[in-house]
Ligand binder design. Structure first.
Ligand code: ZN
Length: 203
């Protein structure tokens, strides 16, 4: 997330935690074992192994410097400092925060975005076809995709809404599903191909 997104993200995560609990998709008990990780890189690699990142994505993401302020507690929050800063900093060892920031990092480093924003940083941050599919998912009627439909609806119709913030759309749905692309309709899951393993039926 960019520095300018912190307020928005904090509000959104507050909403999600209120609805889903603090550890969306987290494995209770595993991430809370204090002192298990000698450093942030060890936690990063553990997350990369426990969630369905593709081998190619894991290879890229293992090169991203990864600092964790509190290695003993699953405190939420963190940031990706963009392709120029090229590092992730987390408040604690929370799986959801890690998956979220790793998704931000992958999207920038793998060249996911297509367009620069007129008032944005000097690298691409917009992806209009992906955004259109998130918009479609906001009204997805299939109950199998209810969680993603809810998140997409918040992004598209919520107050304040997400406007043109495609990086938060992308990372928000990544951590909202914890990489389980079976939770997404296939027209949306396809955008995560390369970051997460696509279910067999979608290939
Ligand atoms: Zn973010």
């Amino acid at each position: 997330m960019g520095q300018q997104d912190r307020g928005w993200l904090a509000r959104t995560l507050g909403t999600l935690r209120a609805l889903f609990g603090a550890g969306i998709g987290a494995e209770p008990g595993r991430a809370t074992a204090g002192g298990r990780f000698p450093d942030g890189a060890a936690f990063r690699d553990d997350v990369l192994a426990r969630y369905p990142f593709t081998p190619a994505a894991a290879t890229i993401l293992r090169t991203v410097p990864f600092a964790v302020k509190n290695l003993s507690a699953p405190v939420g929050g963190g940031g990706w400092y963009g392709p120029d800063g090229r590092r992730i900093e987390l408040e604690g060892i929370q799986d959801e925060a890690a998956v979220h920031e790793l998704a931000h990092a992958w999207a920038d480093l793998a060249g996911f975005y297509q367009e620069r924003a007129a008032d944005g940083p000097p690298w691409p941050i917009l992806h209009r076809p992906f955004r259109a599919d998130v918009h479609r998912a906001a009204d997805e009627p299939d109950p199998r995709y209810g969680r993603v439909q809810f998140l997409a609806h918040q992004y598209e119709y919520g107050d304040p809404g997400i406007f043109e913030n495609d990086p938060e759309r992308f990372a928000g749905l990544a951590s909202g599903t914890m990489g389980d692309l079976a939770l997404m309709p296939s027209y949306l899951a396809r955008w995560y191909d390369g970051l997460f393993v696509l279910p067999e039926v979608m290939r």
